[in-house]
Write a protein that binds this ligand. Structure first.
Ligand code: G4P
Length: 526
């Protein structure tokens, strides 16, 4: 068991949350560089380009300049094994991000020093709050003119409702940016711009009152001392319990592109960020150090590699360990399956995986039996919860250009909808396929992928549906009555669950009033 204990203690599974352009990709690249996973910076962007080349549907992503895919990277950092779960930045893919955030133990928030707290950050922070995910903050782009550091902390506290504890403090910014003072170790790291991929450390000055500070920084040394006095009086001292309870965020300053302030951030991350913790699994809470394997699927992606035409289910290991060739119980369908060829995604490419520990992500090949939210165990019937499907806000009917392709259309739509970004609804009254999504871009992606991956030419057209609600009722008789009366507005989702498709909000309201004993839910929790 002690090997399990050690492996759990080393794991740091996290995601970066930020508004697009704040520097997530750049920081990811630097994390890999400092972790020794890549030799030269530029590789992550290179990797993006390589993926475009192999995966045509990402042309769309390229055209629009957004990131719609997400992946998993594992790399060592000192004694730690870091699992970084990438999330799509575009708002239309927020559900994917939401589900990915259920699989992490902490998050790193990147804020652009000039722009402060932006809209996407606010939304992502709300999601983190639901699970009290601990958050470290990195204020980026100090090499440019930005807002005052105190003002940024105030904004974080006010808008994101989380207390800030500065761990490093910037000395000037933009042209006057001289480095950061490390409050933990009472030393100053002087800034040296390193645009290349090398790790380079500038001079480190021990002690705030060291005369070398005045010598090198001139007036800025006195300014720093004054500012720090103020900051320490007004801000919160670092409190790791408060951080782990999601009430306080330790804040770091730096410039990702210059590799500056990143090492302080990573060192603190390895030290502070929590390893996997116990998780609720329906009937009981499961400790990661329990000997038996368990985990849940938080994401499914079809055709990651078009050459293989496969669908991969991303499973987060929650307890015990995965060993190659082991048998797992697929709790929802009550079957035991042998898993011979799970995969992992180590920095660059995927390769076969021999073992995995709590906090790690493994990829299972999915032949249509795995859904987002499914739990796999070594025998016990557990059910990790808390992964919701949200009722979509936008609806379109899929119309086929070539009627002979109906079968391929059904297959394609159902497989793409397994991923959860778009949802499919099949009305009881006809053979239509209605897609639902939270962002309009998802319809374009679906149509594009249907053509590219399934050879089906389809268009989407408007349909008279404004919102959807999952329908439940404890009284089967009443449910039957409702089904008869509301037949024309009912549909089945991709998982054969009953859904009410409301043509207008008023219609939904009236229906809810008319049927008080039927439950209409805006989320379907898996
Ligand atoms: P994202 O993934 O959060 O969307 O952001 P990304 O890392 O792609 O960074 C967005 C832009 O900000 C990039 O510039 C990047 O080079 C720049 N950037 C990141 N960190 C810093 C920093 O510390 N200082 C400064 N000055 N800029 C930074 P771009 O022009 O959009 O792309 P590129 O041409 O540099 O690739």
């Amino acid at each position: 068991m002690s090997q399990l204990h050690d492996q759990v203690a080393r794991r740091r599974t996290f995601a970066i949350i930020s508004h697009p352009d704040a520097g997530k990709t750049t920081l990811t690249e630097k994390l890999l560089l400092f972790g020794g996973a890549i030799q030269m910076a530029g590789t992550v962007k290179g990797r993006k380009a390589a993926r475009h080349a192999t995966s045509d549907w990402m042309e769309l992503e390229k055209q629009r300049g957004i990131s719609v895919t997400s992946s998993v990277m594992q790399f060592p950092y000192g004694e730690s094994i870091v699992n970084l779960l990438d999330t799509p930045g575009h708002a239309d893919f927020s559900e994917d991000t939401y589900r990915t955030l259920t699989a992490v133990d902490s998050a790193l928030m990147v804020i652009d020093a000039a722009k402060g707290v932006e809209e996407r950050t606010i939304k992502l922070m709300d999601v983190c709050r639901l699970r009290t995910t601990p958050i470290l903050t990195f204020v980026n782009k100090l090499d440019r003119e930005g807002r005052d550091a105190v003002e940024i902390l105030d904004e974080i506290e006010e808008v994101l409702k989380i207390r800030c504890a500065p761990v490093t403090w910037p000395i000037g910014m933009g042209k006057r940016f001289k480095g950061v003072y490390d409050l933990r170790h009472d030393c100053t790291h002087l800034f040296s711009a390193t645009h290349g991929g090398r790790i380079q450390t500038g001079e480190v000055i021990e002690g705030l009152n060291n005369p070398r500070m005045d010598e090198l920084l001139g007036d800025q040394a006195a300014e720093l001392r004054e500012e720090l006095e103020l900051v320490q009086g007004a801000s919160h001292p670092l409190d790791l319990d408060a951080y782990r309870a999601g009430k306080q965020t330790p804040v770091f300053f730096g410039s990702a592109i210059n590799n500056f302030g990143v090492k302080e951030l990573l060192d603190a991350f390895a030290e502070y960020a929590p390893p996997p913790r116990p998780r609720e699994a329906g009937s009981r809470s499961v400790d990661p150090e329990e000997g038996k394997f368990s985990g849940f699927v938080f994401k499914i992606q079809a055709n990651m590699d078009p050459a293989h035409r496969d669908r991969v289910a991303f499973l987060r290991v929650c307890s015990g360990s995965y060993k190659q060739g082991m048998k797992m119980r697929h709790a929802r369908i009550g079957k035991t399956v042998q898993v011979a060829n799970a995969i992992t995604f180590q920095a660059e490419e995927r390769k076969r995986l021999d073992e995995a520990w709590p906090g790690d992500i493994i990829g299972l090949h999915n032949h249509g039996t795995i859904q987002i939210g499914d739990t796999f165990t070594e025998g016990e019937d557990l059910k990790y919860g808390g992964i919701p499907y949200f009722a979509p806000e936008l609806f379109r009917r899929v119309v086929l250009k070539d009627p002979l392709k109906t079968k391929a259309l059904h297959k394609g739509v159902l497989q793409l909808c397994e991923e959860g970004a778009t949802q499919v609804f099949r009305p009881l009254k006809n053979n239509d396929m209605i897609l639902g999504a939270v962002g309009v871009l998802q319809f374009d992606v679906a149509a594009y992928r249907l053509k590219d991956e399934y050879g089906v030419e389809a268009v989407v057209e408007p349909v008279q549906v404004q919102t959807a609600r999952w329908v439940n009722c404890d009284d089967p008789k009443l449910l039957e009555q409702f089904k008869t009366k509301a037949h024309d507005n009912l549909a089945l989702d991709g998982d054969d669950q009953l859904v009410y498709l409301a043509p207008t909000r008023v219609n939904l309201q009236l229906t809810e009033e008319r049927w008080p004993d039927i439950r209409f839910s805006a989320t379907r929790e898996l």
